[in-house]
Design a protein around this ligand. Structure first.
Ligand code: SIN
Length: 487
């Protein structure tokens, strides 16, 4: 199985999609999209820059003028068609994703369904954008609140979820009546372009969805953040880049929503079901080879069960099969680039130098430069880089605590606050700890916390705003107050 097995090869696009047209770069330049499993070029795609981005924004602004006046039902019908087409092409979209991103094919299929679920959800939510009538302070007045689309949306999306992080932003934008310009990660433009192709086939009018691909992220990003026609900027990526984009957006006072880095703790109490806690921590750690913002970054285990936990955890991790995501036996794919594998290894080397024990893995694998061995580290301490930095790779770091207060303090000892998890059978502790830890999301005896119906997002330096759920529409709407006098 490989990308050459696509049932519909016309899903593989290599230009940008602007104003309903497939376009080359003004410069005629292209850049390669690389398969991280074998370092081979899948295809060349057009290398867009600021000028093409500016034109996409202008097209979006124009397209919005009629879209914002459509009924919710009209918008809903088109979104639903897009959803149906995404699901009908799930296998092909998954193959494109595995080729450019590396994740195991089954995981790619899962992400396509996950991504599509946002389109279905917001197709439905479009019909529930309610306003308000506020009891008035005077008899001859009425106070009304209506909600209107915020304006052109710009989205910068990451390579780790090349489909779902786009639909989670584009679907609410369109449902609200906005148009969007998307700059996907240069590592994974093909999934984004395939989504645009399906939006086109769904009949979504020209200019409402624009996908601009290129490697010149600062140049494209600065057009998106400075152009006054853009009213809302949404980003998923690292905290340092998010801070920079927020600063840039401040010049034109754009609304921003930011889904940034995490340092997710998994607290495992001695009263937890040990096997379930091990399985949960493994699932939270190794999803997408450890490359998600909500991956378990610190597994924090009570001292009385620490050795047993590490032993069971390590035994399961040893059974993983590293390999090309297209092979059926593979349970863990490559990282996105060789550089990513080097970064992960530098964290392991630093931890080892400061006393960490490697119970399995610990090296870049002979399979290839981007393959990092599934790794387990124990005997960890807070002075190690791995305790503070987002690992973004298949390395489990297992820490020890003795009291509940200590576990809470360790969980909160970070500038991040995206996802967190805890395993315990004590119902009082569930409430106490869930309320005491500073995170936007808490999984209790459960790590599969993401879906279209829940508010995904973080606190502290993990970002602002919520994606998905009934709250996910708010960021794309303005509240307008109308005061009616002389009644
Ligand atoms: C992310 O890592 O940014 C998203 C993960 C998810 O949606 O579950």
């Amino acid at each position: 199985m490989s990308i050459s097995n696509l049932k519909d090869p016309s899903l593989l696009r290599n230009q940008s999609y602007i104003n309903g047209l497939w376009l080359d770069a003004d410069s005629g330049k292209t850049f390669p999209v690389i398969d991280p499993a074998n370092n081979q070029t899948i295809t060349q795609v057009a290398e867009m820059g600021a000028a093409e981005t500016g034109r996409a924004i202008a097209a979006a602004e124009l397209a919005m003028q009629s879209w914002k006046n459509t009924t919710a039902k009209e918008r809903s019908v088109l979104l639903r068609r897009w959803f149906d087409l995404i699901m009908a092409n799930q296998d092909d979209l998954a193959m494109i994703m595995t080729a450019e991103q590396g994740k195991v094919l089954e995981e790619s299929k899962g992400e396509i369904a996950y991504g599509a679920s946002f389109v279905e959800w917001f197709a439905e939510e479009a019909k529930r954008i309610y306003g308000d009538v506020i009891p008035s302070t005077s008899r001859d007045r009425r106070s009304i609140v209506i909600k209107q689309p915020i304006g052109v949306v710009a989205a910068v999306t990451p390579w780790n979820f090349p489909n779902a992080m786009i639909t989670r932003k584009a679907a609410p934008a369109l449902a609200a009546g906005c148009a969007i310009v998307i700059k996907p990660a240069a590592e994974t433009p093909l999934s984004a372009l395939a989504l645009a192709e399906l939006a086109d086939r769904a009949g979504i009018p020209a200019g409402l969805i624009n996908v601009v691909v290129g490697t010149a992220a600062p140049e494209i990003g600065s057009e998106l953040t400075s152009n006054p026609m853009v009213k809302k900027f949404t980003f998923t990526g690292s905290t340092p880049v998010g801070k920079l984009l927020m600063q840039q957006c401040a010049q034109t006072v754009k609304r921003t929503s930011m889904e940034l880095g995490g340092n997710a703790p998994v607290l495992v109490f001695a009263d937890a079901d040990l096997d379930k806690a091990v399985a949960g921590a493994i699932a939270a750690k190794y999803r997408n080879a450890g490359q998600t913002c909500i991956c378990a970054n610190r597994i924090i285990v009570q001292d009385t069960i620490y050795d047993a936990f590490v032993e069971k955890f390590t035994a399961k991790v040893k059974a993983f099969r590293l390999g090309n995501g297209f092979e059926q036996t593979t349970t863990l794919g490559p990282l996105i680039t060789a550089k990513a594998a080097e970064n992960v290894h530098s964290l392991v080397v630093d931890a080892q130098a400061k006393g960490a024990r490697v119970t399995t893995g610990g090296e870049i694998d002979p399979l290839g430069d981007a393959f990092y061995q599934p790794t387990v580290l124990s005997n960890l301490s807070n002075d190690m880089r791995i305790a503070k930095e987002e690992i973004f790779g298949p390395v489990a770091a297992i820490y020890k605590f003795s009291t509940e207060a200590e576990a809470i303090a360790m969980a909160n000892d970070t500038e991040f606050g995206l996802a967190s998890y805890l395993f315990t059978k004590d119902a009082s502790r569930v409430w106490r700890v869930s309320e005491a830890i500073d995170y936007g999301m808490v999984g209790v005896n459960e790590v599969a916390i993401s879906s279209e119906v829940i508010p995904f997002g973080g606190v502290k330096e993990s970002g602002q705003g919520r994606e998905g759920s009934k709250y996910g529409m708010d960021d794309y709407l303005e509240i307008k107050y109308i005061c009616m006098g002389d009644i």
